[in-house]
Design a protein around this ligand. Structure first.
Ligand code: ADP
Ligand code: MG
Length: 224
């Protein structure tokens, strides 16, 4: 496992503003949190409270106006785009509600591509990852050939391609039925025994139940 720092992820005093004409939205107003190795944390909160913005900043897909983010002991915020992309590819797994796979590539090639981007020897072969999520028999399928539940598990396999320190997921089970949601959650949980940190944005009680800790957001702040 590539985790070397005490915390899998931490951030301090994150601020993010959006301006549209005269209107200013304070999407994040001083957010600090940390996730230990092997810990699963859920983020809940009403729509518009800043959950997705927070995840984007933690993933280095967006830059906070203020504050610091480190992943596996390495600072990802306020770095060049290139550097952020490298850290993201090696240290983070990102799982969204949809769009986790490139449409024109097979499932196996999606994993190969993610591993090539990290530019180092992968800990697990593509077929091993596919086996882990129960999709080895679908290795040659593309996204449009997979069911909703298969897509969610495929997205997870891609997110885990580079044995990340942290898995960040934005409502990963939002469109799944209860039984499929349970399967995906069990797969997620299974990773934490390897020391991976997991941060999940969710509305689902099933997800908050499996979390070690639930963080609630309101108006760009953590409230509990
Ligand atoms: P959540 O994921 O909790 O629903 P978001 O992080 O998506 O909340 O949004 C937080 C606030 O920031 C909302 O008021 C939203 O309208 C605003 N916001 C998010 N992204 C943008 C953007 N790209 N441009 C302008 N406003 C945005
Ligand atoms: Mg959101």
């Amino acid at each position: 496992m590539a985790v070397t720092a005490e915390n899998a992820l931490w951030c301090r005093d994150l601020y993010r503003f959006f301006r549209a004409g005269d209107e200013e939205t304070l999407a994040l107003r001083g957010v600090s949190l940390e996730i230990s190795r092997g810990e699963t944390v859920a983020i809940a909160g009403p729509s518009g409270s800043g959950k997705s913005t927070l995840l984007s900043c933690l993933a280095g897909l967006d830059e906070p106006a203020g504050g610091v983010v480190t992943v596996g002991g390495e600072q990802i915020s306020h770095r060049t785009e290139r550097r952020r992309a490298r850290i993201r590819s090696r240290r983070l797994g990102i799982l969204l509600q949809s769009g986790n796979l490139l449409a024109h590539l097979s499932l196996r090639d999606n994993i190969r591509l993610a591993q090539a981007a990290a530019r180092r020897r992968a800990a697990q072969a593509p077929d091993e990852l596919l086996e882990h999520v129960g999709l080895l028999h679908r290795a040659r399928a593309t996204a449009s050939e997979l069911s909703g539940g298969e897509l969610a598990r495929a997205g997870l396999a891609v997110a885990l391609s580079n044995d990340p320190d942290v898995l960040l997921a934005d409502e990963p089970t939002g469109e799944l039925d209860g039984a499929t949601e349970q399967i995906v959650l069990e797969l997620l949980r299974a990773r934490t025994v390897f020391g991976q940190g997991v941060l999940l944005v969710t509305h689902s009680p099933a997800v908050t139940r499996i979390a070690d800790r639930v963080i609630r957001m309101h108006d760009g702040r953590i409230v509990a």
